[in-house]
Ligand binder design. Structure first.
Ligand SMILES: [Zn+2]
Ligand SMILES: [Zn+2]
Length: 728
């Protein structure tokens, strides 16, 4: 009998498990990696064997499919055979944080891997970030330059060892090394490099650390103001790596679920309610915390006096995270801790926010990519996402895979990274490099379309335009595996069918088509992109509509007034939130993407529904401009913080209630049970809870994201599914 296992079955200790079970049951035959599958031949006891496999499945392994075939060959023994190239269909394992056994060895004086930062085994360590091709064997990873020493080779070949066939193992004799460098690129040697680096960080220096999937800028947490000045990021929130879970509780207010997820093997950055550290994320009520995930991180904290480090992807403005040693020095940091292993696949840390057991991925990358998500179509579609915060996606053989987080596509190097990541994803998921179609956003100005054109020319396949919010809606359908839904697609800006910018829509959507049920009233975007950067322009445009002028006067006001009729129009909820945040003086200047709306969330979180607004809905269009007039009438000149919070809450709730009411009406008309929310605004927990509350009065299901990012990082999955279904 031949058995084919599909899923996450390579590089996770699957074959040794099979071997041990076969030995235990006295079976004869073999196990081998074939392409991305595992092939097993056994001579008897099929049912018992499968039962044992399922019972003893390694932690990170995942079986998605088992096929049984006839095989009449006879064998004398059970063996693990060499990998064969076969069908390349699935699934490279993700990077997994160092396991407890390896961690124990790391600090065990008697162990030969004592203080060795690259310690790993079959169930832990870097994988996706260092894999160049499948089958997943050492010679196709960036460990191929490090020849196994005698002792490691023995472990590799001993079926009962936990490093048996672990492709990326090494030890202090044969593995990579960390060295310390100063800012003049001078090699300060490898002796005690980590300890010396830690002492520099402790005295307040800013350092660069090369990790698995890229480089981090790092300094101790109380150097935050120095760091902000040096990095020229006055307001942006930074992720903080904490020594252990106890320290996490010092800086964040953690729920039981959040604690568990912080400790999980994927080790994403978790956004949690913050405690005691305002300056890390000014004006926000959250902080991004994560725990050490490599041997190096653990060693570093063992030497450090500080219990928390700012740890953020190291990149030059607009460029992807740095992965090459030679490029690191352009950062101008004071000290560098670099190793000599290449990084074939750049992968940033993942960022997640948890809401009632659902993962809202702000960034889905290390520890989660590549993840196969089942779809109903067989077509091979390549999709390139939208403009900012993009990911690409590839579908093949009824699965869609997203790339890691890519970045803002208006920069050349980011576009190149998008292209490389898509090529890599094709290489590891497809047997033959072939495509049926390309999907892109319909916004003519997005540079991601250049990548789409390149692939279209190369593979001689058509490109399809997909409306931005339709893609958001379908990304939610794919995420929750449902066929149709009425969706609040709420975000910053997306190009609409009518040439205006959408972002506060109610769409009825299935995977083939959508209907715009309703939306927020259009507001002029004075100067287009300028209005997204300067929220005062949105406030000005709104107030101008009822004859008042705000924030600008004199000549500036005259110029802006003249732009009122010539500017593009938007129904974006994000812009309304920006305007509200700006009007209430919560944030009048944007220094990073989404800042005014994000800072508003802190107020929404504590506000109460104290004020009533009279909001007009005509032909599915929800009036927002008159709301501002009412707000301006009601509010005092110098509102207290609590008063601001209550006004913000009441104002936003009146809009969310109307959007939800339109959705409920449409769901009744279409006779469907699901109402969902997606888009960048759906990261905003108070807003999500307003929708939830309103839906509680109905018998409709509330659908939120869990596997696909809510924001533009999820667009490529939606685009992919729309075109995959369209040409099915
Ligand atoms: Zn391990
Ligand atoms: Zn070795």
């Amino acid at each position: 009998m031949k058995i084919i296992f599909k899923g996450v079955v390579q590089g996770v200790g699957f074959r040794p498990t099979i071997y041990r079970i076969a030995k235990k049951l006295a079976l004869k035959g073999y196990v081998l990696n074939k392409g991305s599958e595992v092939e097993v031949v056994i001579d008897k006891s099929k049912d018992e064997f499968i039962k044992e496999v399922k019972k003893n499945l390694p932690d990170v392994a995942k079986i998605t499919d088992i096929t049984f075939l006839k095989d009449n060959r006879t064998f004398n023994d059970f063996k693990i055979l060499h990998s064969r190239f076969g069908e390349k269909k699935s699934i490279i394992p993700v990077d997994i944080s160092i396991c407890d056994d390896c961690l124990e060895e790391l600090f065990d004086k008697k162990n030969n891997r004592h203080l060795f930062p690259f310690t790993n085994c079959t169930v832990c360590g870097a994988r996706f970030s260092l894999i160049k091709d499948v089958p997943y064997d050492r010679e196709r990873t960036s460990m191929d330059e490090f020849k196994l020493c005698r002792s490691c080779e023995n472990e590799y070949n001993e079926p009962l060892n936990r490093r048996y066939h672990a492709q990326t193992i090494s030890c202090p004799i044969c593995g990579p090394v960390y060295k310390l460098y100063d800012k003049q690129k001078k090699d300060l040697g490898e002796k005690d490099a980590i300890k010396r680096f830690a002492s520099k960080i402790d005295i307040g220096k800013i350092g660069v650390i090369k990790s698995w999937g890229g480089m981090h800028l790092c300094c101790k947490i109380n150097e935050i103001n120095h760091f902000r000045k040096w990095y020229n990021r006055p307001q942006k929130a930074f992720a903080v790596m904490v020594k252990d879970i106890e320290t996490a509780e010092k800086y964040g207010q953690l729920t039981k679920d959040e604690k568990q997820l912080l400790l999980s093997k994927n080790k994403p950055v978790f956004l949690v309610k913050k405690k005691n550290v305002e300056e890390i994320s000014p004006g926000l009520n959250t902080i991004g915390l994560y725990l050490p995930y490599t041997g190096l991180h653990h060693l570093l904290f063992s030497y450090l006096k500080s219990d928390a480090l700012i740890m953020t992807s190291a990149n030059l403005p607009g460029e992807p995270m740095i992965i090459k040693n030679s490029d690191a020095f352009s950062l101008g940091a004071e000290v560098y801790l670099l190793h000599n292993r290449d990084i074939p696949n750049r992968i940033d840390d993942s960022v997640v926010r948890l809401w009632k057991g659902n993962n809202f991925f702000i960034r889905k990358s290390r520890g989660f990519v590549p993840e196969p998500i089942a779809v109903s179509y067989n077509n091979r579609i390549l999709s390139v996402g939208a403009g900012e915060n993009i990911c690409g996606a590839i579908s093949s053989d009824k699965f869609v895979y997203s790339t890691q987080y890519i970045g803002n596509s208006k920069y050349y190097d980011v576009l190149e990274f998008l292209e490389q990541s898509l090529r890599h994803l094709m290489k590891i998921t497809m047997e033959k490099q072939e495509l049926d179609a390309i999907a892109q956003d319909m916004h003519p100005g997005y540079d991601s379309r250049k990548v789409a054109t390149k692939f279209s020319d190369e593979f001689k396949v058509p490109i399809f335009d997909v409306q931005h919010h339709f893609a958001h809606a379908v990304s939610l359908l794919v995420d929750r595996n449902i066929d149709e839904c009425v969706v609040l697609t709420v975000d910053g800006l997306g190009f609409g069918d009518d040439g205006n910018y959408w972002g506060g829509e109610v769409l009825y959507s299935n995977k083939e088509e959508y209907k715009r049920v309703g939306h927020l009233e259009n507001i002029p975007l004075l100067g287009g992109d300028q209005a997204a950067i300067d929220p005062r322009r949105v406030v000005f445009a709104i107030f101008k509509r009822f004859g008042k002028e705000k924030f600008f006067e004199g000549e500036e006001a005259t110029i802006l007034s003249k732009m009122m009729d010539k500017s593009p129009q938007t129904s974006s909820f994000g812009r309304v939130l920006d305007a509200l945040s700006c009007y209430l003086n919560i944030c009048t200047k944007r220094t990073y993407d989404g800042e005014p709306a994000m800072k508003l969330e802190k107020y929404l979180a504590v506000g109460e529904n104290k004020y009533s607004f009279d909001i007009q809905v005509k032909n599915g269009i929800i009036g927002t401009i008159d709301l501002f007039r009412q707000l301006d009438e009601k509010i005092s000149k110098n509102p207290k913080e609590k008063e601001k919070a209550d006004f913000a809450y009441s104002f936003v709730k009146s809009i969310v209630d109307k959007l939800t009411a339109l959705a409920i009406e449409s769901a009744k008309d279409e006779d469907i049970k699901n109402i969902g929310i997606t888009g960048g605004v759906s990261y905003n927990i108070p807003i999500v809870e307003m929708v939830e509350k309103k839906l509680k009065q109905t018998n409709l299901n509330f659908v939120v994201h869990n596997r696909v990012p809510n924001g533009d990082g999820g667009i490529a999955i939606g685009q992919n599914a729309i075109i995959g279904n369209k040409i099915k």
